[in-house]
Design a protein around this ligand. Structure first.
Ligand SMILES: [Zn+2]
Length: 409
């Protein structure tokens, strides 16, 4: 019965946190004496992240990390993150699906399965990327599955049915998600009945997105464009779609599809802009879940390794940008992965999600805020508050005459 407690605490704390920020904003505007949160007030280095990278292993439980460790034979990158908590994942429907779980991670609210950043009664809760945009941060989504699938969708779009991929894609463009990389080209490339005859891919181009469709383009065209826009001080947008549906499993990945690590590296470079611009990037290893559904352990190590290498990319980035927070968690466990006494890995319940807890590991600015959390909604609550506080900091800078007023509108 841990779940209702965790949910209740998270919802309460989210509302309380919002009131605190609102009161602090009022004080800043009226008194001009806003003190930034964290250790800055005590004259120590800030522990508030400027750049947030959230990794989600879709379907990844604690045993998946054990399998990675066994496969690597050396310390994996995920173990450079500190263990912060073991999280319950239940949704209002019971055992969660990815839509409700990602909604919890993005908004801090529990919901019913199938709902994407919406409540069971049609409530539209602000997503993490919407909050980040409001705080003047750049935002990105990377996934090895269809990039409009439920997990990434819940961070930037609202739909009542997770199958509404084209509505999700349209909402990504409306929000102005700065970097979108993954699979699911079909959803963008065929014309929609309500799209005014214009495919979403064309719409993205007309909005100024650079569109790439192969790993070679990601390395050459996107690299050059990033350098050009950095030199010009522009904030260019990138849409990379590398498969009609989900991208291939890592063990079967053709050369024209980039790895999760390559996509993560490109996204970090674009969002950072070479000058340490604030951003929130969500990276989903989306196909760990699919292997659990299919009961395939044989190529699971490679899929976990691909996630680990992407985490390694983020850690190298964080080493250069000390204000970076790296978070690794999952939305739920899939398949009931276990190891027998004979050290054989197998799925106990292949085909479905389980109610097992999932790992939460963190490193960097603000990492202490995640210690001891209990449910996915708690993570959503902390991430939302970190971004809200960023809004407050932006207002502080603007009242001091050295920033951009983007926090209040
Ligand atoms: Zn699943």
């Amino acid at each position: 019965m841990r779940h209702p407690v965790g949910v209740g605490r998270a919802a309460g704390r989210t509302a309380w946190g919002a009131r605190v920020v609102a009161m602090a904003l009022l004080a800043a505007v009226t008194l001009g004496a806003w003190t930034p949160p964290g250790d800055v007030a005590r004259g120590q280095p800030a522990t508030h992240p400027l750049q947030i990278v959230l990794f989600i292993g879709d379907g990844m439980g604690h045993q998946h990390l054990e399998l990675l460790r066994a496969y690597r034979h050396s310390k994996p990158f995920v173990d450079e993150l500190e263990p912060a908590a073991s999280l319950a994942t239940r949704s209002l429907s019971g055992v969660t699906d990815s839509a409700a779980a990602a909604t919890a991670l993005s908004t801090g609210h529990p919901t019913a399965n199938g709902m994407v950043a919406m409540g069971p009664h049609g409530e539209r809760w602000p997503t993490l990327l919407e909050r980040a945009k409001q705080a003047g941060m750049r935002v990105g989504l990377v996934s090895t599955t269809t990039v409009t699938d439920a997990t990434p969708a819940a961070f930037a779009a609202h739909v009542e049915r997770r199958q509404e991929h084209q509505s999700v894609a349209r909402q990504y463009l409306d929000l102005g998600v700065d970097v979108i990389l993954g699979g699911g080209r079909y959803q963008w490339a065929h014309r929609t009945p309500d799209g005014g005859g214009q495919a979403l891919l064309e719409r993205a181009r007309s909005l100024g997105y650079l569109v790439v469709q192969a790993s070679s383009e990601l390395r050459t065209v996107a690299q050059k464009a990033a350098e050009r826009s950095q030199a010009a001080g522009e904030q260019a947008k990138l849409l990379g779609l590398f498969a009609d549906g989900p991208m291939a499993y890592e063990a079967e990945r053709p050369p024209h599809q980039p790895s999760l690590a390559e996509m993560t590296e490109t996204a970090l470079r674009w969002l950072d802009g070479g000058s340490g611009q604030p951003f929130v990037l969500v990276v989903e290893a989306g196909r760990i879940d699919h292997l659990g559904h299919e009961g395939r352990v044989d190529i699971l190590p490679q899929e976990m390794q691909a996630l680990d290498e992407a985490v390694g990319v983020a850690l190298r980035f964080a080493a250069k940008r000390p204000g970076t927070l790296v978070v690794l968690t999952a939305d739920h466990e899939t398949g009931g992965l276990e190891r027998s006494a004979a050290r054989i890995w197998y799925f106990r319940w292949p085909g479905g999600h389980t109610s097992r807890e999932v790992p939460l590991r963190v490193k960097g600015a603000g990492a202490e805020r995640f210690q001891g959390l209990r449910h996915l909604t708690d993570v959503g609550g902390v991430l939302s508050r970190l971004v809200e506080e960023r809004t407050a900091l932006t207002v502080h800078q603007s009242t001091g005459g050295c920033g951009v007023w983007s926090g209040l509108s």
